[in-house]
Design a protein. Sequence first.
Length: 84
Amino acid sequence: MSVQKLQANRAAEVTPNNNANIPNPSNGDNTGCLLYVGGAGDIRVLTTGYDDVTFGSFPGGFFPVQVVRVFSTGTTATKIIALW
């Protein structure tokens, strides 16, 4: 059985925003990050493939989708951390 490890070398708190991507703390350019969601709720994201999608009733924990933006409209989840 293989085990996948989530390893990140950078992290940043996310403020959901309808117009701006999550800035990578290394260089500002976000080509995709994973999320940790501390507070359950809906989470609306823009994926690296530019899909605008809402994940309803996300229970919290690691969000295994490569994203560039978390929208403020449609997001009720809280305590979101971006991981690179």
